[in-house]
Design a protein around this ligand. Structure first.
Ligand SMILES: Cc1cc2nc3c(=O)[nH]c(=O)nc-3n(C[C@H](O)[C@H](O)[C@H](O)COP(=O)(O)OP(=O)(O)OC[C@H]3O[C@@H](n4cnc5c(N)ncnc54)[C@H](O)[C@@H]3O)c2cc1C
Length: 297
C-alpha cells in the first residue's frame, strides 16, 4: 500500500512526488509514455525561472533525477482504471496498485492536423505555444492554424514582433469573440485566409513551407514557423466516471482538490486558464500539500 500514487510523470507529477517523498511518504508514479510529459518535447525552454535556457528533455531529466534520488518509485505502466473505495486502487497494464491517496497529473495533448511530417517537425518550425516559442520568430514569417479565440490571441501576440502572420482557418469565418475579431482585422501584418486547410507540410529537418487548399486550388506559403492552435485534448478519460469533467474534457477542481478528500488533480488536465510548466509545478505542490494534510490527519 503506497501513501500516494501519482498518475503522470510530467512536471506536475514529478513536483508532487518530490514534496511527498521529502515528507517521508511512500510514493509511486505511473507513467505511460515518457518521463517529463509534454515538457520533454520542447527543444528550448526560456521561461522557467532560475534557468536561462534549457532543453525540455534536460529539464525533465533534472526533475526525474531529483525525484528518483529521493527514492520516488516510477513505473512505466499505463493507468487503465481507477477504483475508489475507502482507499485507491489503480489498475495498470501490467499490475494493480493500491494507495491511501491519489494525484491525477495526466496532462493534455495538443491536437495535430494529422499530416505526414507533422510530428517530425515539432520544435523544428512547428509549435503550439506562442508564450513558449513565439520569440524565436522575431521579424520572421509565421502561420497560425485555427480561427477560435486561442488562434486569434496567438496571431495577435505574434503580430507584435514578427514580420507577417498568416491566420489560416478552415471555416468561412473566424469563430473568436467580437472584440478579438475587431483587433485582428485592424492588424496590417496579419493576412486572414478563410475556408482553407493545410494539405502538406514541407521541410526535411526544418519547416520550409506549407501547401494550403482553398476550394480545390492549392497555394504554397513559404513560412519560418507554424503555430497549430486547434485545441488541446485533456487526458482525463480514466477519471471521467469518478470526478466532474467540464464540457472541454478538463477535470473540475477546487484549486487542486476534488470532492473526494484523498483524490487531488494537478497540471494541464485540470480546468484552469494557463497551461505552462510553472503552473504545472505550482499545481504539483498544491496537490502534494493537500495529500500530506489528508495523510497526516
Ligand atoms: C512542444 C511543447 C513545447 C512547450 N514549451 C513550453 C515552454 O517553453 N514553457 C512552458 O512553460 N510550457 C511549455 N509547454 C507546455 C508544458 O510542457 C505543459 O504545460 C506541462 O508539461 C504540463 O505539465 P503536466 O505535468 O500537467 O502534464 P504533461 O506534461 O502533459 O504530463 C502528463 C504525463 O502524464 C502521462 N499520462 C497521461 N495519462 C496517463 C495514464 N493513464 N497512465 C500513466 N501516465 C499517463 C503522460 O504520458 C505524460 O507524460 C510546451 C508544450 C509542448 C507540447
Amino acid at each position: 500500500m503506497y501513501d500516494v500514487i501519482i498518475i503522470g510523470a510530467g512536471p506536475a507529477g514529478l513536483t508532487a512526488s518530490i514534496y511527498l517523498k521529502r515528507a517521508n511518504k511512500k510514493v509511486l508514479i505511473l507513467e505511460k509514455e515518457s518521463i517529463g510529459g509534454q515538457m520533454a518535447s520542447s527543444p528550448l525552454i526560456e521561461n522557467y525561472p532560475g534557468v536561462n535556457a534549457i532543453s525540455g528533455s534536460e529539464l525533465a531529466n533534472n526533475m526525474f533525477e531529483q525525484a528518483s534520488n529521493l527514492g520516488v518509485e516510477i513505473e512505466l505502466d499505463e493507468a487503465k482504471e481507477v477504483q475508489i473505495t475507502d482507499h485507491v486502487k489503480v489498475i495498470g497494464d501490467s499490475n494493480t496498485y493500491s494507495a491511501k491517496s491519489l494525484i491525477i497529473a495526466t496532462g493534455s495533448k495538443y491536437k495535430l492536423l494529422g499530416l505526414p511530417n507533422e510530428e517530425n517537425l515539432i520544435g523544428k518550425g512547428i509549435h503550439f505555444c506562442v508564450a513558449c516559442d513565439g520569440s524565436f520568430y522575431k521579424d520572421k514569417v509565421v502561420a497560425v492554424i485555427g480561427g477560435g479565440n486561442s488562434a486569434v490571441v496567438n496571431a495577435l501576440s505574434l503580430s507584435e514582433y514578427v514580420k507577417k502572420v498568416y491566420l489560416i482557418q478552415n471555416a468561412s469565418t473566424l469563430t473568436c469573440e467580437e472584440m478579438l475579431l475587431d483587433k485582428i482585422t485592424k492588424k496590417d501584418n496579419v493576412e486572414i485566409i478563410l475556408e482553407s486547410t493545410v494539405k502538406e507540410i514541407i521541410g526535411d529537418d526544418e519547416l520550409e513551407s506549407i501547401v494550403i487548399n482553398n476550394k480545390g486550388s492549392n497555394k504554397t506559403l513559404k513560412i519560418d514557423g507554424m503555430f497549430i492552435s486547434i485545441g488541446l485534448i485533456p487526458q482525463s478519460d480514466i477519471v471521467k466516471d469518478i470526478l466532474p469533467i467540464n464540457n472541454y474534457g478538463y477535470i473540475e477542481t477546487n484549486a487542486c482538490e476534488t470532492n473526494i478528500p484523498f483524490v487531488f488533480v494537478a497540471g494541464d488536465c485540470r480546468d484552469k486558464r494557463v497551461r505552462q510548466i510553472t503552473v504545472a509545478v505550482s499545481d504539483g505542490t498544491l496537490a502534494a500539500m493537500g495529500a500530506l494534510n489528508y495523510l497526516n490527519k
